[in-house]
Design a protein around this ligand. Structure first.
Ligand SMILES: [Zn+2]
Length: 143
């Protein structure tokens, strides 16, 4: 729509489109649409191959990585985050986590561990403080 409106004026329009995975994997592929008065031309720079998107520079964990981490924590809730990340290397390649993601792994392990322990302790929120381990007033009245 915008291209048609501007091209009536006669000046060529250049629209550069980058690969949508470029921000994650550094994929250099680009397309340029040149719209002139009499023709529209599509140019491509770079070729997509099966290895174009293998590099993973995102700072967010993927869904397979998250579920693998939660499974490991479920198996051993007291496993340290560094061990969890090391053990991911024994699983399939989609759940491997690079070292720059260590803080994300640590955060998810703490979150998953808290969820798991809250489930185990029957609705009593155990936040690590001494107060959470004391009896509630209703329980004191029964004893
Ligand atoms: Zn690409």
């Amino acid at each position: 729509m915008m291209l048609a409106e501007i091209s009536v004026q006669g000046a060529p329009i250049y629209l550069v489109l980058k690969c949508p995975m470029g921000f994650r994997s550094g994929c250099p592929c680009k397309w340029q649409v040149t719209t002139e008065r009499t023709k529209t031309q599509l140019d491509r720079y770079g070729i997509h191959t099966e290895t174009s998107h293998q590099a993973e520079n995102s700072k967010f964990l993927t869904v397979p990585q998250k579920s693998a981490i939660k499974n490991l924590v479920r198996g051993n809730p007291l496993m340290p985050p560094s061990t969890v990340r090391r053990n991911l290397k024994n699983m399939d390649s989609s759940s491997h986590v690079s070292p720059h993601m260590t803080p994300s792994v640590r955060r998810l392990v703490v979150h998953a561990r808290n969820d798991l322990l809250a489930t185990f302790l029957d609705d009593v929120e155990m936040d690590g403080s001494f107060g959470s381990m004391e009896l509630r007033p209703s329980e004191v009245a029964q004893n």
